[in-house]
Design a protein around this ligand. Sequence first.
Ligand code: NG6
Ligand code: CA
Length: 512
Amino acid sequence: MSHVISKHQKIKFRIWLFAALVASLVCLSGATLKPNIVLIYADDLGYGDVTCYGAQPGLTPNIDRLAEHGLRFTDAHSPSATCTPSRFAMLTGIYAWRERGTGIARGDAPAIIKPGTPTLASELKKAGYRNGVVGKWHLGLGPEGGPDWNGKIAPGPLEIGFDYAFLIPATGDRVPCVYVENHRVVNLDPEDPIQVSFGKKVGDEPTGAERPDLLKMKFHHGHNRTIINGISRIGYMAGGESARWTDEDMADDITNKAVEFIDRNHRVPFFLFFSLHDIHVPRVPHPRFVGQSGMGPRGDAISQTDWCVGEIMDALDKHGLTEDTLVIFASDNGPVLNDGYYDDAVERIGDHRPAGPFRGGKYSKFEAGTRTPFITHWPNRIEPGVSNALVCQIDLMASLTELTGIQPEPAAGPDSENILNALLGDSCHGRQTLVEHAFGLSLRDGHWKYIEPSGGAAKSGSTQIELGNMKEPQLYRLDIDPGETKNLAEKYPEQLQLMKSQLQSIREAGKI
Ligand code: NG6
Ligand code: CA
């Protein structure tokens, strides 16, 4: 065979070279693409709560479609095992345990992310994004001392990079039970001002503790103050009658606002943080979902969650945006059954395993505290598949600034790692280490997990969740023991020592 390159081969080589050049240019420009970004953030949805992660067939067809055409992660984490710290960390790229005042927020907490703090939204704004947040906020509003519900409610999301906000101010189970749009309570009658208190009772409306006979859903623990819409809440509220939400309509209300945001902004790159109320308590889905799951209100709230996802995808389709939108589906912490109301979540669970193969749940140091569903979907860029990369929502800041070509503020997101390649499926490696946070710290290093010693109950008396507390250090190998059943601390003292000191240095790194 001759090794002399023929003229024909030379031409072929040149064509190949040209094609490679074009491809690399396309790739390079791909590095600074500005897709629309929609982050759909479920509340308290566990790893095993959706069909594509092991739940019963047919429960979540829309979420499953995202997984089928996108990338489904098996080792993705919320930054914390409860809501406020998870959201704080996701939006700021700072581990919440570094900052005081980032625990589960009261309904009248002041703004926890101070104006001037770089956030995912403020960074994306530099790349020309229009940013909207619709749904549950739970990151506080207003100045120190709390918001003026009857006046201008600021600072809030609009002061940290969002252009539009339609909010459930805290949670569905906390007063005030009203929506806030931008700086104002929606539909508030000035003649009937709102009063809110988490101390002494305000107003003369009955509480759940006083009049349990008036309740359509009884409280189990906590949640026994002012009755709104037949459900007693955490905290007292008076006034604001015309502004009060109806729990059954909440998914429709916020989904409509999210769709309207897409409709208004479909010509510019936009970032929509669509923060669902489901499946947090009180679980009161719209009547059209009642009975759909066969698991009672908790399962029906999962059906409702899935409907919300479908509506968002339809809105993107309507504008021809689906192919070029990065949709991220995630949850703010792991699952809980009884979180304060008698809603049959425990009684009707059947074979359903909300935490999948993992131990614990919401509030827990065990994996189910933070290991949650996570799907990235972007048909024009992401190859469908499954990724086992270790990823965390805290990394969205560094990764999405990289994607959109933003030069981040020097102080932006110190704990956020750029794992864009993993999120897009170009790499199967995400983080090497991750601090998991649940009323104490644990460290992941690859498949190893170290849980710091801690006092406290092994199990929560009210939620019955195993909290992962132990006075002795715990060490697990998650690849062979995903359920954290065999404590290897004594067997591998060197690994234990290594991870202890790794965690210590991560902790100290934040002190600068
Ligand atoms: C707890 C509530 C729980 C839930 C949680 C916040 C009681 C007894 N328990 O304090 O029901 O509201 O806070 O959940 O009040 S989270 O998902 O927003 O973090
Ligand atoms: Ca939550």
